[in-house]
Design a protein. Structure first.
Length: 87
């Protein structure tokens, strides 16, 4: 996938829909574990998919911590794209 994050804009040339779906579900459910259950895969699989997507866009997409997962500024940009593509 060729994706660039620059000046707050994300340009996506080719998207891995599995990674994009994992990201979208993780944001929607605010949890890697809940996203994994919804997608019928393991939590480590969802984490790897999101990490690959983050490497491809060159930015952290999710704020991780003890509480719920939340999108970063770059994550919000990609979220709008993901919602359109996966609608």
């Amino acid at each position: 996938m060729s994706t660039d994050v620059a000046d707050g804009a994300i340009e996506v040339a080719v998207v891995d829909l599995v990674e994009l779906r994992a990201f979208l579900e993780t944001v929607r459910l605010a949890s890697f574990s809940d996203a994994a259950r919804a997608l019928g895969v393991t939590q480590p699989a969802v984490s790897r998919q999101v990490q690959r997507l983050e490497r491809e866009v060159g930015a952290s997409l999710l704020q991780r911590g003890d509480g719920p997962v939340a999108p970063t500024a770059a994550g919000h940009e990609l979220l709008r794209f993901a919602e359109r593509v996966l609608a």
